[in-house]
Design a protein around this ligand. Structure first.
Ligand SMILES: NC(=O)c1ccc[n+]([C@@H]2O[C@H](COP(=O)([O-])OP(=O)(O)OC[C@H]3O[C@@H](n4cnc5c(N)ncnc54)[C@H](OP(=O)(O)O)[C@@H]3O)[C@@H](O)[C@H]2O)c1
Length: 305
């Protein structure tokens, strides 16, 4: 049974990944103190503390490390660029170096937001990024450092939605929460992305490790759509009122950081190298719905301190 060390295990991806794989793998999560009674092993530490990376790796002795720790809030990155650099660039660099030295397989998460979104069609791994803002810039620098420090490492550019510890982390939850509370909200019609259910993301990531892939991969949903359309899909699936979502342009918003127009990524490379297709958007949305019916969001939130 492979032992997987998951950093950022309280986060949207980390927690769903741990939940998804804890029956078939030995999971050890790194948490700063947000989790109570998690059904897997926890090492409590702040990874920015001096010596924390080496000490966590030496005590856990994992076969694989999946780095889900990040400063993934775009506005927080603009407000605290130094912290963004520490978490999104320096920490992955350190992890990649330490994993390579120990012969541990390392998988790092990056983002579709490394692109400026000006292209028509789908971005491939060969397209040149042009990050807009501190988050995207520090993530791109993290990618480069990981691939330089660890020739066996994997970097996956992702975008996902799902049920989180706070109940408010993902765009899927944003639409679901507002729709169920009959609150009106807007959805951008000109911000295109490829949403993937986080549980699907988790399952494919582990397949990439099992296949011993290395290098840069795009791993997002199969269907490109606007954020508005994504909200409408959620409203329809949950039989909620889609008219509560107003279509809006990103140009009319007062967001502090520029959002990219088109973040459609091609997943041909990962599909080809794994030899299996990425689950359809509708399959993921059906699971998101069923999870809600079966009390999965409450289970996820019950791990909170
Ligand atoms: N969400 C998306 O759709 C999306 C899109 C593109 C890329 N990504 C990438 O996917 C990865 C996971 O994203 P996510 O949405 O799951 O992130 P998230 O929910 O914001 O979780 C981030 C995790 O990092 C942990 N962390 C922060 N500072 C830490 C520190 N000093 N020491 C230890 N842990 C620390 C957080 O712990 P606390 O709970 O204690 O703060 C949390 O567990 C990130 O690399 C992100 O850039 C996500």
């Amino acid at each position: 049974m492979a032992r997987i060390l998951i950093t950022g295990v309280s986060g949207l991806l980390g927690l769903n990944l741990a939940q998804e794989k804890m029956d078939t793998h030995e999971i050890i999560g790194v948490d700063r103190g947000r989790l109570a009674q998690a059904p897997f092993k926890i090492i409590k530490t702040d990874l920015l503390n001096s010596g924390a990376v080496d000490s966590v790796l030496d005590s856990a002795e994992p076969h694989w490390v999946i780095n889900c720790a990040a400063l993934a809030d775009i506005d927080a990155c603009e407000d605290t660029p130094e912290l963004a650099r520490l978490l999104n660039t320096d920490l992955p660099t350190q992890l990649a170096k330490a994993c390579f030295k120990r012969g541990i397989k390392f998988l790092h998460l990056s983002t579709d937001a490394v692109f400026d979104g000006q292209r028509d069609g789908f971005y491939s791994e060969l397209d040149v990024p042009n990050p807009q803002g501190v988050y995207a810039r520090t993530k791109l620098e993290g990618e480069h450092a990981v691939l330089t420090e660890d020739p066996n490492g994997i970097v996956a550019r992702v975008n996902f939605y799902g049920w989180s510890l706070s109940g408010r982390r993902s765009l899927g939850e944003f639409f679901f929460n507002n729709l169920t509370n009959n609150k009106s909200m807007s959805g951008f019609t000109d911000a295109i992305f490829c949403p993937m259910l986080v549980n699907d993301t988790a399952r494919v990531l582990v397949r990439m490790l099992q296949k011993n892939l290395s290098g840069l991969y795009h791993l997002v949903g199969t269907q490109a759509m606007s954020k508005y359309q994504f909200g409408v899909e959620i409203a329809r699936k949950f039989s909620l009122r889609e008219s509560d979502i107003s279509p809006r342009s990103i140009h009319t918003s007062n967001l502090s950081v520029k959002r990219s127009h088109n973040l459609s990524l091609s997943t041909s490379k990962v599909v080809m190298d794994l030899g299996t297709p990425i689950p359809e958007f509708s399959t993921g949305l059906n699971e998101f719905f069923t999870q809600n019916q079966q009390g999965y969001p409450q289970k996820i939130r019950s791990y909170q301190q």
